[in-house]
Each structure stands twice: as structure tokens, then as C-alpha cells.
Design a protein around this ligand. Structure first.
Ligand code: GTP
Ligand code: MG
Length: 469
């Protein structure tokens, strides 16, 4: 992911970039967009130009070069019916590094052509009105999507699900505003209007507000699905937290040892739980420490810092796995028990060492919302059940029958502003004031799809892209 801040130098340059992944591959796609795209075709693809939007197999050569650089599929995509709205050329080359390097170098030598910056193709599509801001965000999410649920949400947004909803709300608001303004004009002309439409307009404002409130009720579900659900593994030292992380991730990520206080830093792994994205964090064990003064080695200080990080992580987590060990069960570390809440799952590890059935949940843990999972990170017993339980808990936090339309904090903020203005509009009894609030509501709505007040946002949004998109 490129992080360069995008500053358009000249919109009229013709830009080019490798749009497929870097490194050796079967096929590499180079895209060209801008007024000189036709020139690129004329100079680098000798022979009959391909028909628009039809793939043609052609030799590619450097301008004026005698030998071909490659033989490739060429697409000629004249604007405005292209992704960027400009004339575009796509070269589907053999994906060797030398081939790509030679073609990029040849392109860089053509007048008016330069390498694209991160997100610049999409920026041009946005400027040409091919996509609105919400769709651009959806596209960025689609490229970053790692799980099925993320892919579905991103595709929906890139295809305009949120935009359509906002546009419909906008149309309804504009109609209400037009009615009201007509009334204000009539009133000024002192024309007798029989049925004053203020009440009707306010009813509409109230209904739109309720519709937006329903959208806002989805909360941060959409954002969580983008970012992944954060799960923290918490417990006393040595109960097997790191072993559990490794077992759930099916990888040897964290160091495991019989020594208490092994893990100091927070260690994260990303998991795909049945299509749902999850970040699982292993943390330092929580316990009472020897005061630093009695520990000349300084180890206690390091461990104390590790514990501080564990506590922070516990506070930020959407879900917590509170891990205990069977040999000591039902004795629980008070510091761990203190973190038990409805977002916690109780895991009793080292079930392989249990002598007989385990006792019921101690009273210190009754606050937890879910069942207890008896597992052994060592033998793998009970892990499938734990994974299923986790998946259910994650689903409950992301799921819901209808997909979330709001996928970023900025969508929620703009809609909350809109709802607030509509609330005011429904409450006052003065046509001019109602009209002003409706205008503010429209403006807030426009921010979601990028019709108003978005200049400052654009750089942030387009920075999420890699070069070539
Ligand atoms: N018998 C048995 N031993 C286990 C199990 N899980 C972990 N252990 C052992 O318990 C010890 C501690 O394991 P860790 O995974 O390092 O424990 P931890 O909770 O991460 O410890 P700290 O990082 O020090 O807080 C190691 O010797 C593991 O091999 C288990 O399910 N059964
Ligand atoms: Mg550990």
C-alpha cells in the first residue's frame, strides 16, 4: 500500500502505472490514461490500432525502436466511456520484471507522460463524475478486503448502495425544500395560499429523520467489518494464552515457555473466522508484581509495562477471552476476573491436566455473557467448540439481517448532523427557519457522497490506494 500524499501536479498529464501486483507474474497490466493515450498507441503499438474495447494481440515497442519489447494483449478504451473518463490504453504484458521495466521506461520517454501517483486513476474517475466519494471508498475497501464479508460489503458500497440511499434522501429533501420556498415566496407576495404546506413539509422532515436514525442504529457495524473485530486474550501468567493464540492461528506466532511472564508485548494475528475478519491479540499475563525496588534485574519493570499494555488492549477490545487454567480452577486471578463483562468468553485451558470434571463458574465470573469453554491448547481438545463460540460472538457484533451501509465514522457523523438539522426543522414553526435547517440537512447529506465540503477529505481518501489504481 503506497502512502505518498497525493498532490495533483497537472490533471492534463497522461499518467501510466503498473496496475497489477509488483514482482514476477504470468501477466502484468500497465494502464495509461490521459490525452496522450492515443499517441502511446500510435507510437508503441505498430500496425492497425485495435478496435475500441476489443482485445488485440500486438507487438509492443519503444518509440522509434527496431525490436519489439514484448508481444501483448492491447486494449484501446477511448473516453468518456472508460474508468477515468479519459482515453485509456491497457497493456497486458508478460509479467517479467525486465518486460515491465522496459515498457515503463519507454512510456516515461513519451512527451506528456508520467508515472501515476497513488490513487490517481481513481481520482480522475472521481473528477470525471464516474464515481462518487462513497463509491471511491468502497473501491479502496474492495482492494483491501481480506475476508468474504468484507468483500461483500465493499462491493456493495463501490456499486453505489450507500450513494443511492443518500441520493434518494436528498431528492426527498429537495422536494420538501422546494415546496417550502414556494410558500415563502407566496407569503411575500401576500397571495392567499389555502393549505399552508409547512406542516406537511415538517412531516416529511420527521420521516426522513426516522429513516436516517434507522441507518445510524447500525452503529459501528460496518466500520468493525472493515477493520476487523478486536479480540484480546487475557489471563494470569502461564495459563497458556500464547499457546492458545498459536493453536487458534494454527501457526507458531508467540513464544511459549514454562516460565511465567514470557509474553511482554502485545502480539497480534489476523484470522478469518468463517468470512469475518478478526484480530486476535495475545497479551502479557496479569498478576501482582514484586515492587521494582526488590528486583535489581529490572525484569519487573519490563513486565509491568507489558501488563500496562495488556490492560489498554483489554479496554479497546470488542471481545475478550479470559483464560484460566484447569489445575487451579475455580481459583481465578482477581485482576482478570475484574475484567469480566458481557463481551467476555471464559476459557479454561489445560483441560488435559484436569482431574475429574471442572467446577462451575465462580461467582467472580458471573458477569460474563457466554458459556465456558474447556480446552487444551496442547492437545487441541475443545478448540473447535471455542472457535464456533467465537464465530457466534463475532457474528453477533457484525451481523444483523441487513448489511450495514455506513462503513466509516465520517458517514455516521454526516448523517448525525443531517438528522439533527431535520430534528430542528420538525420542531420550529417558522417557514424560513425550517427552510434553513433543511438546507443544512442537505449539505450534511452531500458530504457523504462528496458533493460538498470535501476538498480536505479527498487527499485522505485517495491516499488509501496503491499506485496503479
Ligand atoms: N498440559 C498443558 N500445558 C499447556 C497447555 N497450554 C499451555 N501449556 C503450557 O503452559 C506453559 C505456559 O504456556 P504459555 O502459552 O507460554 O502461557 P502464557 O499464558 O502465554 O504465559 P505468559 O506469557 O508468561 O503470561 C507452557 O509450558 C505450555 O507448554 C495445555 O493446554 N496443557
Ligand atoms: Mg504468553
Amino acid at each position: 500500500m503506497a502512502a505518498a500524499i497525493f498532490t495533483p501536479s497537472s490533471d492534463r498529464d497522461t499518467i501510466f502505472a503498473l496496475s497489477s501486483g509488483a514482482g514476477r507474474a504470468a501477466v502484468a497490466v500497465i494502464r495509461v490514461s490521459g490525452p496522450a493515450a492515443g499517441q502511446v498507441l500510435a507510437q508503441m503499438v505498430p500496425g492497425r490500432p485495435p478496435a475500441p474495447r476489443r482485445a488485440a494481440l500486438r507487438a509492443i515497442q519503444a518509440p522509434g525502436g527496431a525490436e519489439p519489447l514484448d508481444r501483448a494483449l492491447v486494449l484501446w478504451l477511448p473516453g468518456p466511456a472508460s474508468f477515468t473518463g479519459e482515453d485509456q490504453v491497457e497493456l497486458h504484458l508478460h509479467g517479467g520484471r525486465a518486460v515491465v521495466a522496459a515498457v515503463l521506461e519507454a512510456l516515461g520517454g513519451l512527451p506528456g507522460c508520467r508515472l501515476a501517483e497513488a490513487g490517481e486513476f481513481t481520482r480522475r474517475a472521481y473528477d470525471a463524475g464516474k464515481l462518487d466519494l462513497a463509491q471511491v471508498e468502497g473501491l479502496a475497501d474492495l482492494i483491501n478486503a481480506e475476508t468474504e464479508a468484507q468483500r461483500r460489503q465493499a462491493l456493495r458500497q463501490s456499486q453505489g448502495a450507500l450513494s443511492r440511499r443518500c441520493n434518494a434522501l436528498q431528492q426527498a429533501l429537495i422536494a420538501a425544500l422546494a415546496r417550502l420556498e414556494a410558500e415563502i415566496d407566496f407569503a411575500e407576495d401576500e397571495v392567499d395560499v389555502p393549505a399552508r404546506p409547512l406542516a406537511a413539509v415538517q412531516t416529511v422532515a420527521g420521516a426522513l429523520r426516522a429513516e436516517i436514525a434507522a441507518l445510524l442504529d447500525q452503529g459501528e457495524r460496518g466500520e468493525r467489518l472493515r477493520d476487523g473485530v478486536q479480540i484480546a486474550i487475557l489471563g494470569a501468567p502461564n495459563v497458556g494464552k500464547s499457546s492458545l493464540l498459536n493453536a487458534l492461528a494454527r501457526r507458531d506466532v508467540a513464544i511459549v515457555s514454562a516460565q511465567a511472564g514470557t509474553t511482554r508485548d502485545v502480539i497480534e494475528v489476523h484470522l478469518d473466522l468463517g468470512g469475518l475478519p478478526v484480530t486476535l491479540a495475545d497479551t502479557a499475563g496479569l498478576r501482582d508484581l514484586v515492587p521494582a525496588a526488590e528486583d535489581p534485574s529490572g525484569q519487573a519493570e519490563v513486565e509491568a509495562e507489558g501488563m500496562r499494555r495488556s490492560r489498554l488492549r483489554a479496554e479497546d477490545a470488542d471481545l475478550k477471552l479470559l483464560v484460566f487454567e484447569a489445575p487451579r480452577w475455580p481459583a481465578v486471578e482477581p485482576e482478570v476476573a475484574a475484567r469480566a463483562d458481557r463481551d467476555s468468553l471464559v476459557v479454561v485451558n489445560k483441560a488435559d491436566l484436569a482431574e475429574g470434571p471442572l467446577a462451575a463458574l465462580p461467582s467472580a465470573l458471573t458477569a460474563v455473557g457466554a458459556d465456558r469453554y474447556d480446552v487444551s491448547a496442547l492437545t487441541g481438545a475443545g478448540l473447535d467448540g471455542l472457535l464456533e463460540g467465537l464465530e457466534r460472538a463475532v457474528e453477533a457484533r457484525l451481523g444483523g439481517a441487513d448489511p450495514a451501509l455506513l462503513t466509516r465514522a465520517r458517514h455516521r457523523e454526516a448523517l448525525a448532523d443531517c438528522a439533527e438539522a431535520l430534528g430542528r426543522a420538525a420542531a420550529v414553526d417558522d417557514a424560513a427557519l425550517v427552510a434553513e435547517d433543511l438546507r443544512l440537512a442537505l449539505r450534511a447529506l452531500g458530504r457523504v457522497v462528496g458533493k460538498v465540503d470535501v476538498e480536505a477529505l479527498l487527499d485522505v481518501v485517495f491516499r488509501e490506494f496503491c499506485i496503479g489504481k
